[in-house]
Ligand binder design. Structure first.
Ligand code: LLP
Length: 417
């Protein structure tokens, strides 16, 4: 019996499209979007949801987000260009980034993106100057570094005091004062993002409380009225046993309660609230299929099983010691009798996708399916060792469609003279 994912036989998919193969399920993406609708958008007035496109962006993904009416969080000219390529409504684009270049800012101003999320006072001044040259005005949110720690890998924790992201609390007042004085800047409010892959809402709640106090202070001290507040993303997904995944409402409800209560107690305008999850929308919607090649048993040590991809299509185990679950797609009814280590094909000892995976007896040619690879895999893929990037297919109601062709060797040389 073969492993079926989102109504499709994965072994057949591997045969038809080749491996490695990113397989995304539009049905699962839709389940997540429906949950955002039901537990956030339909439950509160004056709210908006953005998809953090850094998690997984292709033209087709941007089309799905556009069709479903969500906004798009982009962090680079490349993500912005992809959105533009499918005529994504520019007023629903939030442009992030801790060091936006002049080229990117000009591009975003020319496109008239809905918001810039500003990361420093210098950047606010730069956007003002460039907006003046183009005779336009930019709506901005100031990204606040709330100074809260979060329980996740240090590389994906972003709200702590010593962070490259955001305006530190001691500089906030100055950032607000500067923004309100600049003619080509319209300061709408604030943004925070505490970290990624979180199972606990503590740091979200702490950051919300800190930013609410800032909103109050800025009104009292500068007369500034906050119209918008973006709570970021970071909601955790299931990768492996023990991952204590919560519903979206576990994060949303207490934050919204806190905001409603604080603003009404303090006689403040309840700002428009937005969220911007990335991983939570696409992470569990993706799997990666590989073909097993070499099987190398080191007697008394371990067995390395080589696959035809690795850190080039999934750098997360090497970067964050991320752990994944996997199964042998053509042998799901066979008993798991062996423990093996899944090795990528790159020239790096650290290119190991899974340590100590329980599997049935393996043969070269078997198909391995690694689960929960929908976020930060395709988007972080590289051509290290000149390995071609895999194709991406999207499944909808049991029917696959190709959304990104497999890269060719010619593609890799396209810019070389
Ligand atoms: N908003 C902002 C401002 C962010 O910096 C991020 C992620 C998100 C939203 C979306 O976070 P999510 O909902 O996906 O957790 N490459 C890493 C993740 C880096 C996340 C960076 N910022 C990984 O593979 O785990």
């Amino acid at each position: 019996m073969n492993y079926s994912f989102s109504g499709c036989d994965t072994v057949e998919l591997a045969k038809e499209y080749g491996t490695p193969l990113y397989v995304m399920s539009e049905d699962i993406i839709m389940d997540k979007i429906n949950e955002i609708n039901n537990s956030f958008l339909k439950n509160y007035d004056n709210v908006e949801a953005y998809y953090a496109s850094k998690a997984f962006l292709t033209k087709e993904m941007a089309r799905i987000i556009k069709r479903e009416g969500l906004g798009l969080d982009v962090v680079s000219g490349g993500e912005l260009y992809t959105a533009k390529a499918v005529d994504f409504p520019v007023n629903k684009i939030m442009f992030h980034g801790n060091n936006k270049t002049v080229k990117e800012i000009k591009m975003a101003l020319n496109y008239e993106v809905g918001h810039f999320v500003c990361d420093s006072i210098g950047e606010i001044q730069l956007i003002d100057e460039l907006a003046k040259d183009l005779d336009t005005r930019a709506n901005i949110l100031i990204r606040v570094t709330p100074g809260v720690d979060s329980d996740t890998h240090k590389y994906i924790s972003t709200g702590n005091v010593d962070s490259k992201f955001g305006v530190p609390l001691p500089l906030l007042k100055q950032a607000v004062e500067t923004s309100t004085k600049l003619e080509n800047i319209v300061l709408k409010g604030f943004h925070f993002h505490v970290g990624s892959q979180l199972f606990d809402n503590t740091s979200h709640l702490l950051a919300t409380e800190i930013v609410l106090n800032i909103i109050k202070e800025m009104k009292e001290e500068l007369g500034f009225i906050t119209e918008e507040l973006d709570l970021g993303g970071g909601f955790g997904i299931y990768y492996k046993k023990g991952d204590d995944v919560k519903d979206l409402s576990y994060f949303i409800e207490p934050m919204m309660k806190l905001i409603e209560k604080f603003t009404s107690d303090n006689n403040l305008l309840r700002p428009k609230i937005s969220i911007e999850p990335g991983r939570w929308i696409v992470g569990e919607a993706g799997i990666t299929l590989y073909t097993i090649g070499s099987i190398k048993e080191i007697p008394g040590v371990r067995t390395y099983v080589g696959v035809d991809g690795g850190m080039t299509d999934n750098p997360r185990p090497a970067l964050y010691q991320a752990e994944y679950e996997a199964l042998v797609a053509n042998k799901i009814d066979k008993e798991c009798t062996e423990t093996v280590t899944i090795a990528g094909k790159c020239c790096e000892s650290g290119d190991i996708l899974i340590w100590d995976l329980k599997v049935p007896s393996l043969e070269s040619g078997d198909i391995l399916a690694i689960k929960s690879t929908g976020a930060y895999n395709y988007s972080m893929a590289s051509n290290y060792n000149r390995v071609e990037r895999p194709a991406v297919i999207m499944l909808k109601e049991g029917t696959p469609r190709l959304v990104v062709k497999r890269e060719s060797y010619e593609d890799m040389l396209i810019n070389e003279l």
